[in-house]
Write a protein that binds this ligand. Structure first.
Ligand SMILES: Nc1ncnc2c1ncn2[C@@H]1O[C@H](COP(=O)(O)OP(=O)(O)OP(=O)(O)O)[C@@H](O)[C@H]1O
Ligand SMILES: [Mg+2]
Length: 542
């Protein structure tokens, strides 16, 4: 049976007992009221009888007295008003008898009617006496003697005492009835109360025991689950809501157990993968270090022949000019240009590997900013001209000095200016230099703005990654390896600064480098670095 049905039944039983109690209460109340009414009416009748008896006594005495007194008097009868008053008094008694009859039940009515009849005759006789008294004395006396006195005796000594005795009996019976009823209803109420108690007690005990058992089982289950015993199952004690709850709980525990098993498996797998990943990372790091070491060691081996190729191709071109062998000059220039390009490429690759190997160091010196900017712009001019661009340099006359790695600053400016001139045709490249005070510290800002092809925000996001260009077609169209900005940003970070870009497709780009005017050596920030294996390499490209 469900809990809801159990509770509904208990509720119904309690309501039934309550209704039974109410019925008993109302019926006994009614009974009590009716017996009380019976008693009240009997008492009222008895009062009326006493009053009637008193009055009749008085009138009888009065009549017999008058009948004796008036024997000596003649012609002194009652006045018409006195006769009327007398008959009114008798009528009052008649009214009281009617009242008594109305208060009486069917059983008592006969005797009252007999009494009323006798009283009617007596009152008529008394009236005859009163009317003739003092006037027709003999008629009056005759009336009293022949009718009045016998009737008076009958009424006063026979009928009235009989009525009184009846009423006394009735009062006694009514009061007995009243007490009997009260006693019975009291007992009934007590009985119902005891029955209610006997029923409600076990009912409450039964319901609460059922609840406690169900809840205890659930609590034990929850505690076991909380303690991590996922194998624990709650016993299903009944087919009600507790039973359903226990089943759901067991299902949940089952699912949790399965999930835990799966999770343990996944965890083990994850740990295995993590271990594999760690091994792979270690291998990759070792390989990367080996690559960086190789490239750093190969720097000299690669650059010496490249420098020889560049130098000898220049000498050969000059000699060909002197010997007027013009036909050879273009090829020699191509060898020279290809050699320079290769040298730049090698330098970039070596720079990156040195940075990644942690072998790139800062060579801090104090230098005049205007001088460096002038130097860079002069060197860059041929590249600017190549694409029919115009270079504008905006630098305050009192720019002053800064303490940083001059070679790297120069290289960063070359990178930005070479990009600007490469991606702009017949436009303007503007190099602006400013000194800013940020939170009490001096910063130098170099910004290179061009009116070239520009980039979308998505392209601008990835251009600082190594070997990454804004568009796959860039290499085909403009050349390059995608290392310039990577190296520039790394240099910026090394000197405690940063680089940012603002650009829109087709609307040019602005690259801004921010560097502290006083670069703090890295050792002071992070501790001693490894000694340099190679000198820093400057590069510029087109
Ligand atoms: N001023 C610019 N205008 C438009 N795009 C630019 C500009 N500067 C850089 N980029 C985009 O950023 C990419 C990365 O530039 P980065 O200098 O690193 O490489 P690169 O110039 O292609 O090759 P490298 O500099 O190594 O010769 C470029 O390929 C280009 O797509
Ligand atoms: Mg570049």
């Amino acid at each position: 049976m469900t809990i809801r049905r159990r509770l509904a039944l208990s509720h119904f039983a309690i309501l039934l007992l309550l209704a039974f109690n109410l019925v008993i209460y109302y019926s006994s109340d009614l009974k009590r009221k009716s017996t009380f009414e019976e008693l009240r009416r009997a008492i009222s009748r008895q009062i009326l009888i006493s009053s009637i008896q008193q009055k009749l006594n008085d009138y009888q005495k009065q009549v017999s007295l008058l009948s004796q007194i008036t024997a000596d008097l003649s012609n002194s009868g009652a006045s018409p008003e006195e006769v009327t008053q007398f008959s009114e008094h008798l009528n009052d008694i008649g009214g009281q008898i009617t009242q008594m009859s109305s208060l009486s039940d069917a059983g008592g009515k006969d005797k009252i009617e007999a009494f009323r009849k006798a009283f009617g005759e007596l009152s008529a006789s008394w009236q005859v006496f009163y009317e003739n008294f003092g006037r027709n004395q003999s008629r009056a006396i005759t009336e009293v003697v022949t009718r009045g006195e016998p009737l008076g005796r009958k009424v006063m000594q026979e009928l009235l005492p009989q009525l009184q005795q009846d009423e006394r009996n009735r009062i006694e019976a009514a009061s007995t009835h009243f007490y009997d009823t009260a006693r019975i209803t009291d007992r009934l109420t007590l009985l119902i109360f005891v029955i209610s108690g006997c029923l409600a007690g076990p009912l409450a005990l039964f319901v609460s025991r059922h609840f406690t058992r169900g809840l205890d089982a659930l609590r034990a289950g929850a505690a076991a689950l909380g303690a991590g015993k996922l194998k624990y199952r709650i016993p299903v004690l009944s087919h009600d809501e507790f039973g359903d709850l226990a089943l759901s709980f067991n299902e949940m525990a089952e699912r949790l157990d399965t999930a835990r098993r799966e999770l343990t498996g996944v965890n083990a797998e994850l740990e295995h993968r993590q271990h594999e990943l760690k091994m792979l990372m270690q291998a990759a790091q070792t390989a990367n270090q080996a690559k960086s070491r190789f490239l750093a060691n190969m720097s000299h081996e690669l650059r010496t022949p490249m420098n020889a190729i560049i130098g000898y191709s220049e000498i050969l071109a000059e000699e060909a000019e002197d010997l007027r062998q013009e036909a050879l000059i273009p090829d020699l220039r191509k060898i020279n240009s290809a050699g320079k390009h290769l040298l730049t490429l090698i330098s970039d690759l070596l720079d990156l590997s040195k940075i990644e190997a942690g072998k790139m160091d800062l060579d801090l010196e104090t230098f005049d900013i205007r001088e460096i900017v002038k130097d860079v712009s002069v060197t860059m001019q041929p590249q600017i001209d190549k694409n029919f661009n115009k270079l504008l340099v905006d630098i305050p006359p009192r720019m002053g000095t800064m303490r940083a790695d001059a070679t790297k600053v120069r290289q960063m400016l070359f990178n930005l200016l070479s990009n600007a001139s490469k991606f702009t045709r017949s436009g303007t490249v503007r190099l602006q230099v400013r000194r800013n005070d940020v939170q009490g510290k001096d910063w130098i800002e170099f910004s290179v703005r061009d009116s070239g092809i520009g980039m979308t925000p998505e392209q601008a996001e990835k251009i600082f990654d190594a070997f990454t260009q804004a568009d796959p077609s860039t290499t085909r169209k403009y050349g390059g390896t995608g290392l310039g900005l990577t190296i520039t940003r790394k240099f910026c970070h090394m000197m405690g600064g940063d680089i940012r870009v603002e650009s829109a497709l087709g609307e040019g780009a602005v690259f801004t480098i921010s560097l502290p005017a006083e670069v703090i050596p890295e050792q002071e920030l992070t501790g001693p670095a490894e000694p340099l294996a190679l000198p820093p390499v400057a590069s510029h490209r087109g």
